[in-house]
Design a binder for this molecule. Structure first.
Ligand code: HEM
Length: 131
């Protein structure tokens, strides 16, 4: 019972961090493309890192609790690779993209990858489109 309650709590933290991570990424894209001064505020450099760290720590805690692991269970392997792709595309979108077209394309692609990760999570299946 106690293990179940803490699992549910950590799962809530994990999902809340996922929603916050997406929202912050979406907004940072818009602010960065508009040249908004918000992007120069300190919190915008700190908060997304805190959220993403919590997302990852809660992910690993959940995986250990249910004894399913990346590189053992395909759906968790897919989530890890999805997360790496989401982070990489995020760097291109917000930092390294050379033109606005490249940055906006990477921003949109990162959101598609994020959607894929959520589908994998809900279905426990690395190929959630195929049933
Ligand atoms: C952007 C990254 C991520 C997003 C958006 C995300 C999203 C989610 C969502 C929405 C759920 C709830 C699924 C449900 O029960 O309906 C979930 C559960 C879970 N996630 Fe993630 N996740 C991410 C990264 C990861 C990573 C990298 C791991 C790998 C260790 C992971 C491991 C888990 C585990 C073990 C659960 C619990 C599944 C269960 O209820 O049995 N997540 N995730």
């Amino acid at each position: 019972m106690e293990v179940f309650l803490s699992f549910m709590l950590i799962k809530h933290i994990h999902i809340t961090c996922a929603v916050l991570s997406y929202t912050l990424f979406f907004l940072r894209g818009i602010w960065s493309f508009n040249g908004s001064p918000i992007m120069r505020q300190r919190w915008i450099r700190v908060v997304p890192h805190v959220v993403d760290t919590l997302l990852l720590v809660s992910a690993l805690t959940l995986a250990f609790t249910i004894r399913q692991y990346p590189f053992v269970d395909a759906w968790l392997t897919a989530k890890v690779f999805g997360l790496l792709l989401y982070i990489g595309l995020g760097f291109v979108a917000l930092k390294y993209g050379k033109s606005k077209t490249i940055r906006i394309s990477a921003w949109l692609a990162a959101q598609a990858v994020f959607g894929y990760i959520v589908l994998v999570a809900v279905n426990h299946n690395p190929l959630p489109f195929i049933h």
